[in-house]
Design a protein around this ligand. Structure first.
Ligand SMILES: O=C(O)CCC(=O)C(=O)O
Ligand SMILES: [Fe+2]
Length: 394
């Protein structure tokens, strides 16, 4: 059971299916070798992948085998810590960064544990994590002090992902006709507000709804969603292959090529490319016997950026209004913690949307009040949403 691919180089589909995905199709997302010296060819391959499925894998990506091994080891050590130690690092209504095991994706609890950390407010990793200089819209980082190698390994891996993301963003931009020197890419490199998420999916004896076709509440590792940022560099698990992307009308497994990393486009790339690059819908199944670890690095714009569409040609009308990344991020995350009604989506920014979404007014207020430079506060966002309720837009 295979699906077709636009690339000549594809993942093998003859490998036996992992247990948790016994009924799932295996995908053939393009595998792109970044050691190719021809940037035009790479840009073309990446642009093709981003405008069809939004998923591809890269080899010769610059993250060393040694670093990946040390990183994976530290991830496993972290999730092996006792619950009390992990819960001392919990994220909360004043800090989007830290440990959690209660995330809702589309109002449904995911079968996973996570740790999020990101670019410090000062952009310097040598200042104390909880220093006031390090407060930013997402809060501040929290690392376990009981694992001495954890923080340095995380920082090293984070920097390697940021470097790879810049390279991929340059190739995505080249595919849109922009040179590497364009200020968009330079600003993204120096102002990005990226974060890294460590995911641990414990084995789950209840069969997944996705496999049985039963209705809720059988669990999923993560319910279907699109990543919000510009692009995601995802380190998958070589042993347990339960990531699926929605392709040609069905969910298919994105089987990791050993040593490669998986990349997918996010909502901000879709707005920026005026819909040419697509943020793909994806989900993670549960597995009855295997543990699974993964780590998505979300390469995100600066908090105070208004992400606006770049026309593909002179007749291309903008499909989206500008999206203030800090607003989108804050409201999306606040909705993960408290019920704020329907989750913000990039459809809210469609120029053709009737009536226009109330998020446009809320975003303006957020921008004028310079809330992108205020520390994270779910309560403040909740009040804003209630001040400008949806009915006002009609
Ligand atoms: O675990 C994975 O492979 C994907 C995780 C994911 O989609 C996410 O955290 O947004
Ligand atoms: Fe995702």
């Amino acid at each position: 059971s295979t699906s077709s691919s636009s690339s000549s180089s594809t993942t093998s589909s003859s490998t036996p299916q992992p247990t948790g995905t016994a009924l799932a199709k295996t995908s053939t997302v393009p595998v792109i070798d970044l050691s190719n010296p021809n940037d035009d060819e790479l840009a073309q391959q990446i642009a093709d992948a981003c405008s069809t499925y939004g998923f591809f894998q890269v080899t010769s990506h610059g993250i060393s085998v040694d670093l990946m091994t040390r990183f994976r080891h530290q991830c496993a050590q972290f999730f092996d810590l006792d619950a009390t130690t992990k819960k001392a690092l919990r994220r909360n209504s004043h800090n989007a960064r830290g440990f959690f095991d209660d995330e809702l994706t589309k109002q449904r609890r995911d079968w996973k544990e996570c740790l999020d950390f990101g670019v410090p407010g000062s952009r310097l990793w040598d200042a104390a994590d909880d220093s006031p200089f390090n407060a930013c819209l997402d809060g501040f980082n929290q690392f376990p002090s009981v694992l001495p190698e954890f923080r340095p390994t995380m920082v090293e891996y984070f920097d390697a992902c940021a470097k790879l993301s810049h390279r991929v963003a340059c190739l995505m931009a080249r595919g849109m006709g922009l040179p590497e020197t364009d200020s968009f890419l330079q600003d993204l490199k120096h102002q990005h507000s990226s974060y890294l998420r460590l995911n641990y999916y414990p084995p789950c004896q209840q069969p997944s709804a996705a496999v049985t076709n039963e209705p809720d509440p059988t669990p999923l590792g993560i319910s279907p969603h699109k990543d919000a940022g510009f692009l995601t560099v995802l380190l998958q698990d070589d042993e347990c292959h339960s990531l699926q992307a929605f392709m040609d009308g069905q969910f298919v497994s994105v089987q990791p090529v050993p040593g490669a990393v998986t990349i997918n486009t996010g909502d901000m790339a879709q707005i920026w490319s005026n819909g040419r690059y697509k943020a793909p819908l994806h989900r993670v199944l549960t597995d009855p016997t295997k543990k699974r670890y993964s780590a998505p690095f979300f390469y995100n714009p600066g908090y105070n950026w208004l992400v606006t569409p770049l026309p593909n040609d002179s007749s291309d009308m903008p499909k989206y209004f500008g999206c203030l990344w800090g607003y989108f991020r804050a409201v999306r995350f606040a909705g993960d913690l408290t019920n704020l009604g329907v989750e913000i989506q990039i459809d809210d920014y469609e120029t053709q949307k009737q009536p226009p979404s109330a998020h446009l007014k809320r975003q303006k207020y957020f921008q004028e009040g310079r809330w992108t430079s205020l520390p994270f506060d779910v309560e403040r966002y909740r009040v804003l949403i209630q001040e400008f309720p949806d009915e006002m837009s009609s």
